[in-house]
Design a protein around this ligand. Structure first.
Ligand SMILES: [Fe+2]
Length: 275
């Protein structure tokens, strides 16, 4: 058996210089998260941040400085960093950080899309990894949408039966049995995306997302979906929960994901934060 590819999925760090809410110092929590990752002795082939690096990166007047500060801090760990784009992110700054820090021998292939979205794929060993960008317009935020060109490009990629895929994105594409999440947080054409993935389910290792700030997992028509919890704040997700309440519990989540020909193994990890 070949050695699995080990990925640490983190997300929704919402880095900011000032506390983003009472009791939530996201900069200090990000530092704690990085220190904790540094203490993990087991192999990590790459870190995948599934979006919302920063808290205000989506605003027109954001310079991208916060994004670069957070990326630099995480990169100091010496592990390759990859990313999906969240609804709070500065897409251009993320693209620059990704391009500048990628190991020289890693080759990312752009996925055709509208609006220069940060959608790409790459291979490691015999596994293929795909990152989708569902960040659409401010009008539908915090929902997302996969543009038609991205869907068409994905359909073409999946037609190659020699490849197996692990997929990352920020937004959940499927219903999660929670009132406010299903109303306000999903990919608008997520069922279209799911149908496409389900038609190739035997070659989809898993679909990993963030945005909802808590770890959940489900199997839908043989496609595994799993989210990572936030390292900064958490949201309620039970069926009757009607709105997004920031929960400041001092816990940082991450998923330690192993990908091999046996499929995907997801071990949700967490650490207690000091602030
Ligand atoms: Fe978030």
């Amino acid at each position: 058996m070949t050695v699995p590819i080990r990925i640490l999925q983190i997300g929704d760090t919402h880095w900011a210089r000032e506390p983003i809410a009472p009791g939530i110092d996201s900069l200090a929590r990000f530092d704690s998260l990085c220190d904790w990752i540094a203490s993990i002795k087991d192999p990590i082939d790459f870190i995948m941040h599934t979006g919302d690096w920063v808290h205000r990166g989506q605003l027109a007047n954001d310079s991208g400085h916060s994004t670069r500060c957070a990326w630099k801090r995480l990169s100091l760990l010496g592990i390759p960093v990859l990313t999906a784009v969240g609804n709070h992110d500065h897409r251009h700054a993320l693209r620059e950080c990704l391009t500048e820090s990628l190991p020289k021998d890693w080759k990312l292939h752009a996925l055709d899309s509208d609006l220069e979205r940060l959608a790409y794929w790459f291979t490691l060993a015999n596994e293929s990894f795909l990152v989708l960008d569902a960040r659409a317009s401010q009008q539908i935020d915090p929902r997302g949408e996969i543009c038609p060109r991205q869907l068409a490009a994905l359909e073409e990629l999946l037609a190659d039966t020699s490849r197996t895929w692990t997929v990352f994105m920020h937004y959940p594409p499927i219903n999660l049995d929670c009132d406010w999440i299903d109303r306000t947080m999903l990919i608008e054409n997520g069922e279209h995306l799911h149908a496409l993935l389900a038609s190739h389910a035997n070659r989809i290792r898993g679909v990993f997302f963030g945005h909802i700030h808590r770890p959940v997992c489900c199997m839908k028509q043989s496609v595994l979906y799993a989210s990572t919890g936030s390292a900064t704040m958490h949201f309620p997700n039970l069926p009757g929960d009607a709105q997004a309440l920031m929960q400041s519990d001092p816990i940082a989540f991450a998923n330690y994901i192993s990908i091999s020909q046996l499929g995907a193994l997801v071990k949700t990890q967490w650490t207690m934060l000091s602030k």
